[in-house]
Design a protein around this ligand. Structure first.
Ligand SMILES: C[S@@+](CC[C@H](N)C(=O)[O-])C[C@H]1O[C@@H](n2cnc3c(N)ncnc32)[C@H](O)[C@@H]1O
Length: 203
């Protein structure tokens, strides 16, 4: 089973996997197209303020896109692999990648970063959100690579350090890199969650 199959099966069985609000969303610039990599059921796209007709979401899962289209009918969607994007160089002014990069192999993460920068206009920005090594799930499941763990669904997650995320998107310039922490209550117990929100500019 490929990673894409595992995601597709998850969406097919469980429907909208991602619900609730999204905090820390960047304001849309006044013009230009926006690309969301691994848009899932369009939770993030629905939270971006601005004209949804400027937004394109791609996902490897066909079932995710069925859900995404029902959530954000005015945005454009296409089934595609973030490691090989079907767009010409310099198509977008913003690329967002929220919780997709960490689900790829080291080679896949490098390919995604290269593709994200390729499809950005010079001066365009990429917004990345990934779980960091401080998250309570880091270390849970079967270790498949350094700081990478596969859980029951077959989906693996890599947990990042800030420096690693910066290196991945080099030579893009770092605009901001903010670790965000909160606690998640599960059956009466609090667990630490931790993500890194990073913004880079393509020079
Ligand atoms: C954790 S979900 C995040 C969804 C969404 N970005 C959000 O934050 O709500 C990861 C998404 O990445 C998609 N995905 C995984 N590998 C992919 C790939 N190689 N290319 C495109 N999408 C991929 C999955 O199908 C899934 O919808």
């Amino acid at each position: 089973m490929t990673t894409g199959d595992a995601w597709d099966e998850d969406y097919r069985q469980r429907g909208r996997l991602w619900i609730g609000g999204v905090t820390g969303i960047f304001p849309l610039p006044p013009a230009g197209r926006v690309l969301e990599l691994g848009c899932g059921n369009a939770k993030t796209i629905a939270a971006i303020r601005g004209d949804p007709r400027r937004i394109t979401g791609i996902d490897i899962s066909r079932h995710a896109l069925i859900l995404a289209r029902s959530v954000a009918p005015e945005a454009a969607f296409c089934q595609a692999d973030a490691r090989r994007l079907p767009f010409p160089d310099g198509t977008f002014c913003v690329v967002t990648a929220f919780h997709i990069t960490g689900h790829l192999s080291a080679e896949g993460r490098a390919a995604l970063a290269g593709e994200a920068l390729r499809v950005l206009v010079p001066g365009g920005i990429i917004c990345v959100r990934e779980f960091s090594t401080g998250d309570f799930r880091c270390g849970k499941g079967t270790q498949t690579a350094p700081m990478t763990f596969r859980r029951g669904t077959g989906i693996r997650t890599h947990y990042f350090t800030v420096d690693e995320l910066e290196d991945l998107f080099a030579p893009a310039r770092v605009i901001s890199r903010i670790p965000r922490k909160w606690t998640m209550r599960i059956r009466g117990r609090d667990y630490p969650r931790e993500v890194i929100d990073a913004v880079f500019r393509r020079e």
